[in-house]
Structures are given as C-alpha cells and as structure tokens.
Design a protein. Structure first.
Length: 198
C-alpha cells in the first residue's frame, strides 16, 4: 500500500515465476486471478468508488487486463498495449493465416503446448479472453513492427470485440515495436482518456 493516496491508487502486480520472483508462472488464468486478488486487497483497505477501476497492461499484462475486464463488471476503462489476445482469438487468426510465418509459429507453439486447437475445451478457455463480456471502454494500442505480438492478431481481436463493445478502439502505430515505447500514440491515448472521463 506504499505510495497510496486518498484519491489515486496504482497497483502494479509482479507475476509469479518471472525473473527473480518466487513461485511458478500460473498462466493467463492464474495471472488474472492474482491481479484480481491484488485489487480486492486494495478494496479491503480503501474505499474505491464504484466504476473507478481503470486497467492498463502491456503484452501478457494486456491479456490480463482484457481478461479481467471480461470477468468484472466494475471496470471503468481498459488500455491494452501490444496485448496477447488469448489463445481463442490468436489461435483462430493463426489457423486462418498459416502462410504467414508469424502465424504459423504461433499456431505450432499453441498446439504443442495445448494440443489440437479446440477453443471450447477447458484447457483453451483458461488461456482465452471472452470478448463478448468486455463492456468497459477499451483501447488497444499496437505497433505494426512488433516482433512479439503480430499486429494482425490484435486487429483480428479488435474486429471481434467491436461487435460486442461499441466503445472499443484500436490505434495501430506504424513502425512501432513491442510495447510502443515511443511517444507515438500518446496524444491519442490522452484524448481517449479525456473522452472517457479520466
């Protein structure tokens, strides 16, 4: 709770099993549970106004905030930067684009770890994101030169999400890499936050 104030609390979870942290990597489901528990811990110590939880995550953190937004109804906004979009969407995109080397690699890695691509199975559902349940304003920020997360997979997820959430937006930053560390897109992010009332 160090650094918390009466007006603004920032929670930055550190995933288990990465770098020097203790424990083992719990996967998307476990990382989402950990993040949700961190939010609950804050809520148990401070009064958090309803619908005043804003989520921001990058890469796997992007997947966590998207999955968390699909599980909680009190999320005010979601900003996912260079997000992994869950194996249901990533797998569907990759399966339909196997001539693309990046798609082929993602598809082979996925089926090696999780078996044949069957999004309805519990194994796949645990590492997927139900976009139909994301109702908070959502912004996806993605670089077109990202060597880690193919921009086309984020575009695919956005196309699905937009059908269920009219307040979903995608900003593709030409030439930006993973995490979009440059200032590119920052004005659009600031404008978006202003529009949603932050």
């Amino acid at each position: 709770m160090e650094g918390a104030s009466s007006t603004f609390i920032q929670v930055v979870p550190e995933y288990r099993g990465y770098d020097d942290s203790d424990g083992t990597v719990p996967g998307l489901d476990g990382e989402t549970l950990d993040t949700n528990n961190a939010i609950k811990a804050v809520e148990s110590h401070y009064h958090v106004k309803p619908d005043h939880i804003d989520l921001l995550g990058t890469s796997m953190g992007g997947a966590v905030v998207l999955k968390l937004a699909s599980e909680r109804t009190d999320i005010h906004s979601v900003l996912a930067v260079s997000p992994f979009v869950g194996w249901d969407s990533m797998g569907e995109w990759a399966k339909n684009n196997l001539k693309n080397p990046a798609a082929s690699k993602w598809y082979n890695d996925m089926t090696t770890v999780y078996g044949p691509f069957k999004p309805s199975t519990p194994k796949y559902q645990a590492v997927s994101i139900d976009y139909t349940k994301i109702h908070a304003p959502t912004l996806l920020l993605q670089g077109t030169a990202d060597p880690t997360v193919p921009w086309q997979s984020v575009q695919f997820f956005y196309n699905e999400l937009k059908q269920a959430n009219k307040n979903a937006h995608l900003i593709l930053v030409p030439g930006a890499g993973h995490g979009v560390h440059e200032n590119a897109g920052q004005n659009d992010i600031n404008q978006w936050y202003k529009e949603i009332g932050m």
